[in-house]
Every structure is written in structure tokens, then in C-alpha cells.
Ligand binder design. Structure first.
Ligand SMILES: *Cc1c(COP(=O)(O)O)cnc(C)c1O
Length: 319
């Protein structure tokens, strides 16, 4: 609450300016834009990269496809080409095969979006080695490449890759401060100077220009100072939960646990809705991610005692 604030619509909020230049520098990008949500940073990126009748290429599990109300069509008037990836991850060959020839009746392939980590894929991640060929394909085919990096820091604490290495590979990056990093509000969009200048106009048009946003930006700066390294704890805890679930009688299968997300399929004796209710009655909040699919997420508000309790309850339900 002691943050220095100003009017960010006039670029006069010192805390927002500090956050934007800090994160841009961190990734070796020219500029950054603070927005109220990750949906908005993704939507602004799509809008800024494309024109109506262009086409976006992404995995069929992508957030930009599944969870943004079809915003790519609503905001940008573009088509979408879905790739059947593996746990939410696509390959350069799949990108190359998805590009439309230049016919009057086919949408113009323009933008590739990859998600790292992949939420619905089970928190799986791409390594830099896996991204480079996708980058090369995009360069060859004149496609832009956007990273939905809502949970990117959960990945980087695993791979130990640098933010600079990742920044080099993308035309734009979206990062959420309000997920594992624990800030109350906010996401950042990173890109080149002229890209961010145009993105600012779309942010205003979408109602995302904020006045004394420095209170929020200061919390994001705090999160970057204090909450990045500890994400490894969340990832490790998710792996522990995944291991336990693998031997539980009610579980059919567990998706590979690579970061702080655990997605598992229940066997036919119980539905996800019923199971989530059961967990809730024991004080554990989980999400139903499909008729038989449940998601658990670990984060900074979970402590060792809560972990112990959760592990015990998951085991008890198995007996
Ligand atoms: C949460 C999330 C978003 C959107 O962020 P909001 O701030 O909730 O709008 C985008 N992509 C992924 C992968 C996410 O997990």
C-alpha cells in the first residue's frame, strides 16, 4: 500500500513502469505491457499479430482455444487450426503440416501459439531444445510465435534455462503474476517496441488501461523478488501427490507430472464431480477437468502440514 503510483494510461505510474522494464529486461525483450489478466495479454497478442481472416495454429488443449470464450474469433475475427499434440505439446513438423496454401478460400496462416507449461496437458513443459525447431519453422514460414507462459516460471525452475534464452525464441510472451507467483492481479505481455505500442492501443480499447495500477504492480515486483525460486517446492510437491495417486484404487491413470499441476483420470466407480465433492468435504479444493478427470494444483498457500493431510486423505480414500 506504500507503492508509488501515478496514471498508467499516461505512462506515469512509476511502479508499473518499473515492473514493465524489469520483466522486459529479464527476458531480453524490448518492451512490456502490464494488463489485468492473462486472458487479456493473450487476446491483445493475438489481435496485434493478426488481421481478420488470418489463422492461428495451436494445440487443441490450448487455453487460447478452450478457455477464452472463443476470443480469437470475437476480438480478432480470425480462424483457428487445432493440432493434436502430446500432453498439450506440438512439434515443428505438425506446425509445418498445418500451414494453409495461399488459396482464396483458405484463411491466411499467421500465428502459432504454444503454452508452457501446458495447463490442460497436465503441467507438461517444452524444453528450449523442443522450442527451437518450432521457432525455425515459424521463421521459415513467416509465422509469428506467441508464448502463453502463464506458468512459465514453474518451467524455468525445472529446466534451469535462463529467461534470456526463452525470450529470444518468441515474438511475444504472456506471463501471469497471479498464478503460482502469488500476486493478487496482473499479467505482462512482452514484445518489440512497436508491437507493444500497438498492444497499448488494444489494451485501452478492451478497457484494460488502469490508473493507479502501481499498487498491483508493486505486488508483482514483490512476487518476482520473493516467490520465483520457491516454485520448485510446488513442483516437487505436485510430483509427490502424483506418485501417491498412481497407487490409489480409484485412479485409472495420472498424466506425467512435470510442474505444479497433477491431472488424473478416475476409474469408472466414481465421477470427477463426486470425487471433488468428497475432497471438498475433507477440506481439499480440486477442480473437475472432465467427466472422469480431476486437477490438483500446488501453490504458495499450501504448507507442509496441509501437504501431509492431503497425502493422508488421498490414501485413506483408497482403502
Ligand atoms: C490462467 C491462464 C491464462 C489466463 O490467465 P487469467 O489471468 O486467468 O485470465 C492463460 N493461459 C494459461 C495457460 C493459464 O493457465
Amino acid at each position: 500500500m506504500d507503492a508509488k503510483v501515478g496514471d498508467d494510461v499516461f505512462k506515469q505510474d512509476p511502479s508499473v513502469n518499473e515492473l514493465q522494464s524489469r520483466v522486459a529486461d529479464m527476458f531480453g525483450m524490448e518492451d512490456a505491457l502490464f494488463c489485468p489478466s492473462g486472458t487479456m495479454t493473450n487476446q491483445i497478442a493475438i489481435k496485434t499479430h493478426t488481421n481478420p481472416m488470418d489463422e492461428l495454429i495451436c494445440d487443441k488443449l490450448s487455453h487460447v482455444y478452450k478457455y477464452e470464450n472463443g476470443g480469437y474469433a470475437y476480438n480478432s475475427g480470425i480462424a483457428i487450426k487445432l493440432i493434436e499434440g502430446k500432453y498439450g505439446k506440438i512439434t515443428a513438423d505438425q506446425v509445418r503440416a498445418s500451414v494453409n496454401p495461399n488459396y482464396d478460400w483458405l484463411a491466411n496462416s499467421k500465428l502459432v501459439v504454444i503454452e508452457n507449461s501446458c495447463n490442460t496437458g497436465g503441467g507438461t513443459y517444452y524444453t528450449k531444445e523442443e522450442i527451437v525447431p518450432i521457432r525455425d519453422a515459424c521463421t521459415d514460414l513467416n509465422l509469428r510465435l506467441h508464448l502463453d507462459g502463464a506458468r512459465l516460471f514453474n518451467v524455468l525452475v525445472e529446466t534451469e534455462e535462463s529467461t534470456h534464452e526463452i525470450g529470444q525464441l518468441f515474438d511475444s510472451i504472456s506471463i501471469c503474476m497471479s498464478k503460482g507467483l502469488g500476486a493478487p492481479v496482473g499479467s505482462l505481455l512482452l514484445g518489440k517496441k512497436d508491437f507493444i505500442a500497438r498492444a497499448r492501443k488494444f489494451r485501452k480499447a478492451m478497457g484494460g488501461g488502469m490508473r493507479q495500477a502501481g499498487f498491483l504492480a508493486a505486488a508483482c515486483n514483490y512476487a518476482l523478488d520473493h516467490q520465483v525460486d520457491r516454485l520448485k517446492i510446488d513442483n516437487d510437491r505436485a510430483k509427490e501427490l502424483g506418485k501417491i495417486l498412481e497407487s490409489c484404487s480409484y485412479v485409472e491413470s495420472v498424466l506425467p507430472v512435470m510442474t505444479n499441476i497433477v491431472i488424473f483420470n478416475l476409474n469408472e466407480n466414481i465421477t470427477a464431480a463426486e470425487f471433488v465433492k468428497k475432497l471438498e468435504s475433507k477440506g481439499i479444493i480440486a477442480s473437475a477437468f472432465g467427466p472422469q478427470k480431476v486437477r490438483l494444483v500446488t501453490h504458495l498457500n499450501i504448507d507442509e502440514q496441509m501437504m501431509k493431510q492431503t497425502k493422508n486423505i488421498l490414501k485413506e480414500l483408497s482403502s
